[in-house]
Ligand binder design. Structure first.
Ligand code: ZN
Length: 349
């Protein structure tokens, strides 16, 4: 077993010639793939340059995956959302207070259409190799006894559309308390937008590869997050996904947690015939001891992970989410990428 893909995310898409310089730096850091974070603003404003940026990456030898970054605040990410700016409806609603939240409801036809159009247009206009579904989630909760956040009784979405769908299926009003029916409903509906869009992308271009990256949660008897994609079997079973990926784990969490998440990620990927992917935190925070990066990279490889990725280019240098030693962190990730790829070549011989 060997790592066959080393990726880094990249945002701030504007000029092709600037992207070219950055792509060369990615190659010198051992990256095989760039995950282009395409914001709603990029799509709306910089559209003419996106296909050219994709072509430039290809010309230099990088694979390209497109990430509709933070779209509708449904995917993870810091970007602002034009959908939310242009729509006062079709938002997720808090179950307990009934207030509209600042997240699009992805169970509404309005947002499903918007998302699909965004992706299909990019697929049509660019030569990208695939798409990256980046931490899709319900706004609330991060839930019960989560080790990454506080506990919560509130949840979403109890908007008119979700309530109507629930009523039609179960024959009674959607409760305000999370129940087994609500959990099943949320899981099932959450898959619709990604399944439909992935299927349509493949109908358009069968060679497009889909990675679905969900939150790295324990999902044990005691701890779960209920973000809508925490039933990994349900995600893994989707026939239109090619890669099962689980998201970044903060460096300060115990290494046993990294191992647990990674084992389960590989297990689910293999069970459903997908490739597996694990992430390195390459922004905001860095490990106390940089050797931890080497250990985690080795751990991923030893547990049979197929692909490794890092968020983000240059350790977030110049942004509010830069790691304290952003460039050093980026270099360290680069050294690990090169080391892992060398091992791959040895294994291949
Ligand atoms: Zn809803």
């Amino acid at each position: 077993m060997a790592i066959t893909q080393t990726a880094v995310s990249y945002y701030g898409l504007n000029y092709v010639e600037h992207a070219e310089t950055d792509f060369k730096e990615m190659l010198s850091h051992g990256c095989t793939t760039v995950i282009l974070a395409v914001t709603e603003f990029d799509f709306d404003f910089w559209r003419p340059n996106i296909p050219k940026i994709v072509d430039k990456a290809h010309e230099l030898g990088l694979r390209v995956l497109l990430d509709p970054w933070g779209i509708g605040k449904y995917f993870g990410g810091e970007q602002v959302s034009l959908f939310l700016q242009n729509n006062t409806e079709n938002r997720q609603v808090s179950a307990l207070t009934g207030e509209k939240l600042v997240n699009a409801c992805f169970n509404t036809n309005s947002f499903r259409d918007y998302f699909q159009r965004f992706c299909l247009t990019l697929a049509q206009e660019t030569n990208a190799d695939g798409f990256f579904w980046d931490e899709p989630h319900y706004a609330l909760p991060k839930s019960y006894a989560s080790i990454t956040g506080g506990c919560a009784d509130d949840w979403s979405c109890r908007c008119p559309v979700c309530m109507k769908k629930f009523q039609e299926y179960y024959g009674y009003e959607m409760p305000k308390i999370m129940s087994d029916d609500v959990k099943q409903f949320r899981w099932r509906e959450a898959m619709v937008i990604l399944e439909t869009t992935s299927r349509k992308l493949k109908e358009l271009k069968p060679e497009l590869e889909i990675t679905c990256c969900v939150h790295a949660t324990l999902n044990s008897y005691y701890v779960t997050e209920h973000r809508g994609y925490d039933n990994w079997d349900m995600v893994g079973a989707c026939p239109y996904f090619d890669v099962f990926s689980t998201t970044i784990i903060a460096w300060e969490l115990p290494e046993a947690f990294f191992e647990h998440i990674t084992r389960r990620t590989v297990e689910i990927a293999r069970k459903y015939g997908k490739k597996s992917e694990r992430w390195l935190m390459g922004y905001y925070k860095q490990p106390k001891d940089f050797a931890q990066i080497d250990r985690i990279a080795d751990l991923y490889e030893s547990l049979g992970v197929d692909r490794i990725a890092a968020w983000t280019y240059r350790g977030g240098y110049g942004t509010v989410l830069a790691a304290p030693d952003a460039l050093k962190l980026w270099d360290c990730i680069g050294e690990n990428y090169k080391r892992l790829l060398k091992k791959k070549h040895k294994t291949a011989k």
